[in-house]
Design a protein around this ligand. Structure first.
Ligand SMILES: N[C@@H](CCC(=O)N[C@@H](CS)C(=O)NCC(=O)O)C(=O)O
Length: 276
């Protein structure tokens, strides 16, 4: 137990698990600073009432009476306030690169997963949230949730395959933060735990190389990411005609293939020059 706790307004589904990727990232960020979480439970409806009119969106935290909104705003606040604890964003370059990584990850995975799991998303919500979640997400996504989700088995393999940049980076490091986690890990795990809060069918292969990192991050802070309400996201089977769910021989070129002189490149040189 830490000496101090911060109040966090959660966004949960009927299993009690957090659904919002932003809230997940924030839970890890608060614990990274050595603070405990004092959770205010709740779902999608009634956020304004629960927060006394402070916000329509979550996460929000209250620290010694100070309200802080927005997941990124909370991280900036935590780093500015708790300077003795390890930084969440250890250098300004991490913020810049994480924003690029996060934008790629949403385009490659979170968005396509949302369209492949949008009926599951609604179905795991509290009963009293379902009408609101259905109507708001149908506007957001531009169609009926069941129609959008249909045929996802044909789309999930390509979404898995698109995650290769993350796999390549994590082949060489335990965490996106290097040897220890930082906010990059928390931000990206938020997207995976969002999926785990609702997925009624797995999205990634059982032996996906990302699994080691996923479990390492989930195990942090007393197993913060191991909530019993989460569903398995690993277990997708490759069907005939599907693309490879991940690349087994990583490091084909570019930054992953270090030039240590001609001996390291001559096989490729022979091949591209068509020499025997
Ligand atoms: N920029 C905000 C985004 C927060 C956000 O959009 N939260 C969503 C959940 S993922 C929310 O509160 N939704 C409430 C609703 O849909 O009514 C942040 O980073 O905190």
């Amino acid at each position: 137990m830490a000496d101090k706790s911060v109040t966090l307004y959660d966004l949960q589904v009927s299993t009690g698990a957090t659904i919002s990727p932003f809230v997940w990232a924030t839970k890890f960020a608060v614990r990274h600073k050595g603070l405990d979480l004092d959770i205010v439970d709740g779902g999608f409806t009634g956020i304004m009432d629960r927060t006394g009119g402070k916000t329509e969106r979550l996460p929000a935290i209250v620290d010694d009476g100070t309200w802080v909104l927005d997941s990124w705003g909370i991280v900036e606040y935590l780093d500015a306030t708790y300077t003795d604890a390890p930084p969440l964003i250890p250098h300004e370059s991490v913020a810049v690169m994480l924003k690029a990584l996060d934008a790629w990850f949403w385009g490659a995975a979170v968005g396509p997963w949302m369209r492949s799991y949008c009926a599951d998303y609604r179905d795991v919500c509290f009963e009293h949230d379902k009408d609101y979640v259905t109507s708001s997400r149908e506007v957001m996504l531009g169609g009926k949730l069941e129609d959008l989700q249909a045929g996802r088995e044909d789309r999930l393999p390509a979404i898995s395959a698109a995650l290769e940049p993350l796999r390549l980076a994590l082949r060489e490091a335990d965490f996106l933060g290097g040897s220890s986690p930082n906010y990059a890990d928390y931000r990206i795990i938020g997207g995976f735990l969002w999926l785990a809060s609702l997925a009624q069918t797995p999205a990634l292969a059982t032996d996906d190389p990302l699994r080691g990192w996923y479990q390492r991050v989930c195990d942090l802070y007393g197993g913060l990411g191991n909530h019993p309400g989460l569903f398995p996201i690993f277990g997708l089977e490759q069907r005939e005609g599907d693309p490879e769910l991940f690349i087994r021989d990583a490091g084909i070129g570019g930054i992953y293939k270090r030039n240590t002189g001609p001996a390291s490149t001559q096989a490729e040189t022979k091949m591209i020059r068509k020499q025997d």
